[in-house]
Design a binder for this molecule. Sequence first.
Ligand SMILES: NC(=O)c1ccc[n+]([C@@H]2O[C@H](COP(=O)([O-])OP(=O)(O)OC[C@H]3O[C@@H](n4cnc5c(N)ncnc54)[C@H](O)[C@@H]3O)[C@@H](O)[C@H]2O)c1
Length: 327
Amino acid sequence: MNKIRNILVTGGAGYIGSHIAEILIQKKTNVFILDNFATGFKRLIIKKAVFIKCDIKNSSRVKEIILKYNIDSIIHLAAHLNVSEAEKNKKKYNSNNILGTLKLIEACKNSNVKNIIFSSTCAVYGSVNGSVNEKKKPNPQGYYAFTKYKGEQIIRKYAKKYNYRYAILRYFNVAGASESNKIGEIQRSYGHLIKNLAIQSLKKQPKIFIYGNNYGTKDGTCVRDYVHVSDLADVHIKSLNYINLKSKSLVLNCGYGKGYSVLQIVNIFKRMKKKLIIEYTKRRPGDVAKVYADTRKIKKILKWKPKHNNLNKILKSAFKWEKSLSK
Ligand SMILES: NC(=O)c1ccc[n+]([C@@H]2O[C@H](COP(=O)([O-])OP(=O)(O)OC[C@H]3O[C@@H](n4cnc5c(N)ncnc54)[C@H](O)[C@@H]3O)[C@@H](O)[C@H]2O)c1
């Protein structure tokens, strides 16, 4: 085991990466953020971190950075993640998410990088009906999920050769904002339900679209596992410490293990904002009916005890953040 000293966070000007950077800085770690602002924002960059504007595909520059700052650990979040855009522009997603990950890993050759954390998604599992555990063979349906699965394979493939261990973290649906209310989701284009509700929460006449009401679920709408971004950020720190201490690699589901239907969430919103108009529209391609995390592994291995697993709290923090964005 070596002490973790210098951590590179790719995509650290984004929603999840900036949360992770904030927690690392609070823990007095040296944080280096690499981002090209494809979908990131200057205001999300944590002040005490060193920021480097750079594309992960620029392998030689990334290598220089890794050597210059003696990076020992990488948390790799930089990616494109718009599910419908990925179907329309596969080349862009192949280049950024698959080749980008490959270039980043190539830059780790002959360096001191010993730990890599990779942001993956529960979408790699493909069609699932309910709880899913890490042993299920991935079978990604959409192109975005496919690129994340390929990313996982690249991370695994080079681990021995380049002498690092890894944690592949499969996030479920991420939502909410930090307790400090300094960081939250800005990007509007991903079609995330709770972000959409937060945007609507500021409107005089809020309106929400529900994609499909004839799924095989209790109320016909899709069921998902929503995880608060602060709990998710904490999983990164714990996973990093675990792989470093044990010299072992990991694959973990990151969710709470409880599914909520879209209509259930919309109804919570309705109780807060009575005027909401709900419009049902056709299913989105690739959406599965019901998926939530089997959390036995994350609880056992990391002794993880989430602190924000309360849907009302998640919604309130997202709405508070949205309000602060509009000021
Ligand atoms: N938000 C979710 O619900 C969710 C769910 C599952 C997985 N993920 C994964 O989490 C990661 C972070 O997502 P997010 O929600 O914070 O999105 P985000 O768009 O806020 O963050 C992504 C960041 O990566 C940067 N980036 C993209 N391509 C880059 C490149 N080539 N070089 C350098 N920087 C680049 C962007 O500018 C942005 O700051 C992604 O890898 C995504 O696939 C997110």
